[in-house]
Design a protein around this ligand. Structure first.
Ligand SMILES: Nc1ncnc2c1ncn2[C@@H]1O[C@H](COP(=O)(O)OP(=O)(O)OP(=O)(O)O)[C@@H](O)[C@H]1O
Ligand SMILES: [Mg+2]
Length: 394
């Protein structure tokens, strides 16, 4: 991308939220908007107010990849996941969702997908093996018992549950499997039929870092075997971040960033908020989002930046964020260390009329090879072969 200079200022780049030229399948969503009516007491009087829990979210989640939805608490991550997964009553959710280029109704999405909930419901009196056999009965229907058993055995092995296969799930009253094992069992219940689309809401919450990592490794393998995996996650560790291929970052129901993790740094640079040396780019973006949220501008200006390339106004007193010694720092004029008394630096010069294509990058998940261990292979199930399961959805 060539940086343009006009009147001495460098123009910024527009994030291209459309599909990459090499779109090879997955979930596409366009203009997803979900509005609810909230009642609030203002000066002792109840007033109804329309609020967008999701505001015109457009993008995609590539097939064979793990897409992570991130953002502060209350950003709309679970709402977004529910919207994609067809779990918001049709009519109240506006916009389109398409799988592999085909527009999908909520009921169709539900049929071809699996959804691992934040707080899963499992029967406490069943063992790990019994739970998975029960799921196999329910989801695989009339295949021979021997085949069901074989699938369950392989799944137990792949999920690292061999040691606890005969342990009860348990609950508050009865000690059972550990939190990490429990999470892996619920993923097993949901992937036994090889779903083309897998949604997971906070699959790592409440887990220690080793268990969290192993859970994400499992879903990474599922993705590499041809599924589209979309999950929400809070503060992933560095190791986990390495397993995430594509990010959708939300705040207050608006899109703050979409693209490959290595592109977060350049997004921030273009915004004038270069990542300080040694700091994690994603964490830095989340900090910047919070700063804007608490400022007079709000996060809307960051959403606008994604769509139009209009550089967000500078927040008074953010100068320390402009100082960096990172190699490849922006050129003179891209951002300046000088503070603004008004806190507002905005003008035509801050538009970028070029289009960035993160997918052209060699680091892009689109150019990566598809390997990884083979849960689906081991199950002799590939999502593409089982695009439309014959069995009832959950
Ligand atoms: N039916 C509703 N009516 C009004 N507000 C709602 C409704 N459902 C959700 N919200 C609000 O929408 C916002 C987004 O909720 P959501 O559960 O999607 O957040 P989240 O990003 O998943 O947060 P967390 O990280 O805490 O799980 C929250 O502020 C929530 O209170
Ligand atoms: Mg949530």
């Amino acid at each position: 991308m060539a940086g343009h200079h006009q009147n001495g200022s460098r123009l910024e780049t527009v994030i291209d939220v459309t599909n990459p030229a090499t779109f090879t399948g997955g979930l596409q969503f366009s203009e997803l908007t979900y509005t609810v009516t909230k009642k609030e007491k203002v000066d002792g009087v109840w007033v109804s107010q329309e609020v967008d829990l999701l505001n015109r979210i457009t993008g995609y989640a590539p097939k064979g990849r793990v897409t992570a939805v991130m953002g502060p608490s209350g950003a709309g991550k679970s709402t977004f996941l529910d919207g994609l997964a067809g779990r918001i009553a049709s009519g109240s959710l506006k916009g389109k969702v398409a799988l592999d280029g085909e527009e999908m109704s909520p009921s169709l999405i539900k049929r071809v997908s699996a959804y691992v909930m934040q707080d899963d419901r499992l029967f406490p009196m069943l063992t790990v093996y019994e739970t998975l056999m029960f799921a196999a009965d329910f989801r695989l229907g009339s295949i021979p018992l021997a085949e069901k058993k074989e699938r369950v055995e392989k799944l137990i092995e792949q999920l690292g549950l061999t040691w606890s296969r005969n342990t009860y799930i348990g609950d508050e009253g009865t000690r059972g499997v550990s939190g990490g094992e429990r999470r892996r069992v619920s993923i097993g219940v949901d992937i036994i039929h090889g779903p083309a689309l897998l949604f997971l809401d906070e699959p790592t919450s409440g887990l220690d870092s080793t268990s969290a990592h192993s859970v994400i490794e499992i879903v990474h393998d599922i993705a590499r075997n041809g599924s589209t995996v979309i999950l929400t996650i809070h503060q992933p560790s560095h190791r986990i971040q390495m397993l995430l291929d594509h990010l959708v970052i939300l705040a207050r129901g608006q899109l703050m960033f979409m693209g490959a993790p290595p592109d977060v740094g350049s997004h921030l640079s273009r915004m004038g908020r270069k990542v300080p040396k040694g700091e994690n780019a994603v964490e830095h973006l989340l900090d910047v989002i919070q700063e804007y949220d608490q400022s007079e501008f709000g996060v809307r200006v960051l959403a606008d930046f994604c769509i139009t390339g209009l550089k967000p106004p500078r927040i008074s007193g953010d100068d320390q964020h402009s100082i960096s010694t990172v190699a490849g720092a922006p050129k003179e004029g891209e951002w300046s260390a000088g503070g603004s008394s008004s806190g507002l630096h905005r003008g035509l010069n801050e538009f970028d009329h070029s289009i960035r294509s993160p997918w052209a990058s060699a680091r892009s998940p689109w150019s990566g090879s598809q390997n990884g261990s083979l849960i689906m292979d081991a199950l002799r199930l590939t999502p593409s072969r089982h695009r439309r399961p014959l069995h009832p959805p959950k």
